[in-house]
Design a protein around this ligand. Sequence first.
Ligand SMILES: Nc1ncnc2c1ncn2[C@@H]1O[C@H](COP(=O)(O)OP(=O)(O)O)[C@@H](O)[C@H]1O
Ligand SMILES: [Mg+2]
Length: 317
Amino acid sequence: MENNDRKYAKSEKIAVLYGGLSSEKDVSKRSGKNVFEALKRLGYENAELVEVDQNISEKLKGKDYSVAYNALHGKYGEDGCIQGILELLKIPYTGSGVMASAICMNKEYTKKVLSTDKEIPLIKSVFVKKGDNVLKACEELKYPIITKPVCEGSSFGMTKVNSKEELLPAYEEAIKFNNDVLIEEFIDGFFVTVGVLEKEGKPFATEILEIRPKNEWYDFEAKYTKGMSDFIVPSTSLSKESTKKIKELSVKAHTLAGCSGVSRIDYMIMNNEPYFLEINTSPGMTDTSDLPAQASAMGISYDELVLMILNSAGLNK
Ligand SMILES: Nc1ncnc2c1ncn2[C@@H]1O[C@H](COP(=O)(O)OP(=O)(O)O)[C@@H](O)[C@H]1O
Ligand SMILES: [Mg+2]
C-alpha cells in the first residue's frame, strides 16, 4: 500500500483501544490484537494496544496519540461513552461519533430514527418499559414474537415466544438485562448481515453474508459455538434485485443514523424481502468475525480494511 493512501503517516502514534468494561470484553481483546498486528504490518511502528478500564482518560492524556482506533464492543465502548471521552481529550477516533453510537446501541431509538424513511422495512414491534402491562402492549402483535433487551448484543436475554402463556417469563428474562424491552414479531426466514465502509467519506456496502444457524434462530449458542452455523458470503439465497436493494438500504440506514467510517447492519429475510434488525457501530474484527469476511469477499484484505477504517477517523460528527 502506498503512502498517499494514508491519512496518518507511518510514524504517527496510534492507540488501539481494546478490552473495556462490557460483556463483550473478550471479543474486543481479540479484535484489538488483530487490528494492532495489522497496523504493525502496515508499517505503523508506533501503534500501541491500550487496555480500556475506568482510568482510560489518564492512560491517554498527554501521550501524543494522533488517533485512536476503537476496537471496543458493547457498553461504554460502542454507545457514545468512550467517544465522549475522546472528544474531550481531542483525540480523533475511528467509527461513529457520540450521537450515532448512542442511537445505534438502543434498538428502539434506532428504529425511531430509521422510521423517518418509509423505505426502510421495520418489523412490527412494541416497546415496553418496566411496570407496563406487557400482555396488553402485545395485543396487536402476531405470534410468534421475540422479546429482546433494548441495549444488549450477542442475542443475550432474547426469547422466541410462541403464545401468550410464554410471554411473561420471556419478558422477565429480558428485563434482567435492561428495564426497556423491545418485542418484535418473529420473522420466519434467514439472517443476513452487511458491512458498510467509507472511502473518502463516501459510504458503500460490502458483500452480503448469510448465516444459516443450526438452531431455530441465531441465538447465543449458534453464534459462538463452532459448527453451529454455516456462513455463506456472498449470500446465494437472495435474488439479484434483493441483493442490490439490501446494499442500498444499508448505506441509507448507515447515513440516516449518522454513522461514520464503519458499521454492520443485520436483517432477517423472508420471501426475498429484507426486514431491518439493527446497526452495529463497532463490528467484531476477530479472525472469525463477519466484517472481515464480508470485506474479503469483495477483494478487501484484512489489512486494507483496517487502513480504510483508520483513514476514516476524525470524520465523525
Ligand atoms: N424479529 C425477529 N425475527 C426473527 N429472528 C430474529 C428477530 N430479531 C432477532 N432475531 C434473531 O436473533 C438474532 C439477534 O438479534 P439482533 O436484533 O441482531 O440482536 P443482537 O444485538 O443480539 O445481535 C438475529 O441474528 C436473528 O437471528
Ligand atoms: Mg445482531
